[in-house]
Design a protein around this ligand. Structure first.
Ligand code: AMP
Length: 284
């Protein structure tokens, strides 16, 4: 089906038919999973995919199973026409936009759980979230069977959960992480930033600022508990309710009490009703 110049399919059979044609052409195939409300962060994934692969499929699916009962599934921003126009302009070849009952038909009963790396931080604060993510990503990868799939470092723990998932289930797709795209003031682009009231939007860049300051302190040799504690206090003073701000091993997410291995500072904090997450690398 043509839609504003871009092909859109809504069934797994139609997705597979197009991907099969691309395979016959010996194209390298990329998948870019998204929940829509497309912004420059998503488009950076598309650009990376276009750089590596001859054909790029993007998925557009607000996945109900990764939202908690009191989260924003119903309110999540949806504008398919605008998303398709952005994908078309960015050079996406095919959009897979299934209805919920095509992904979860009556009787659907399977869940993929990634233990360990998915259990705490986001997994602790959003019970069931990563099972929802892992299940839908496993489905999307098996539906499209891409050579490579692209995920943002913005959701750093999610990227590691997906890497673990494909290794453990022998899903033959390369998982590529793409650096976080930010506003000029440092705020990481997110579909949820539209929830921020004007005064919250002005305060929101503090999250990235504190991560950077904490990373700089750690590089200078600061004590981990002291530096992260200071960061949490700075955020609280700036009006954030902090869920966590922690230093973790960049590959395993194991706690680091000193900067001996490549680290990742990860934070989640709420400004009013908007929950923001961000993270930065910290080299030893
Ligand atoms: P979402 O639509 O929020 O589920 O995001 C879809 C993909 O885009 C995920 O892999 C995200 O990590 C990625 N993404 C979201 N925001 C950004 C950003 N600011 N920079 C880079 N990637 C992002």
């Amino acid at each position: 089906m043509a839609n504003g110049g871009i092909a859109v399919v809504r069934t797994v059979a139609d997705l597979r038919a197009t991907v099969a044609l691309w395979r016959d052409e010996r194209q390298r195939i990329a998948l870019v999973p998204t929940m829509g409300a497309i912004h420059r962060g998503h488009l950076a994934l598309v650009a990376a995919a276009r750089g590596d692969c001859g054909r790029v499929a993007a998925s557009l699916f607000v996945n109900p199973t990764q939202f908690g009962p009191s989260e924003d599934f119903a309110a999540y921003p949806r504008d398919e026409a605008a998303d398709l126009a952005q994908f078309a302009a960015a050079g996406v070849d095919l959009v897979f936009a299934p209805p919920v009952d095509a992904m979860y038909p009556p009787g659907f009963a399977t869940s993929v759980t990634v233990g360990g790396i998915g259990d705490e931080l986001e997994g602790g604060h959003r019970p069931g979230h990563f099972a929802g993510v892992a299940t839908v990503v496993a489905k999307l990868l098996l539906q499209a069977l891409p050579d490579a799939a692209y995920f943002g470092e913005k959701d750093y723990q999610q990227l590691l959960v997906v890497r673990r998932l494909v290794r453990d289930l022998d899903i033959p797709a390369q998982i590529v992480g793409v650096a976080t795209v930010r506003e000029p003031d440092g705020l990481a682009l997110s579909s949820r930033n539209v929830y921020l009231a004007p005064d919250e939007r002005r305060r929101a860049p503090l999250l990235h600022q504190v991560l950077q300051e904490t990373a700089a302190a750690l590089r200078r040799g600061a004590d981990v508990a002291a530096a992260t504690g200071r960061g949490r206090s700075r955020l609280a003073a700036g009006g954030f309710a902090v869920d966590y701000l922690v230093l973790r091993d960049a590959e395993t997410l194991a706690p680091l009490d000193r900067l001996a291995a490549p680290g990742r500072l990860l934070a989640a904090a709420r400004l009013g009703r908007t929950r923001l997450i961000d993270n930065v690398a910290v080299a030893p």
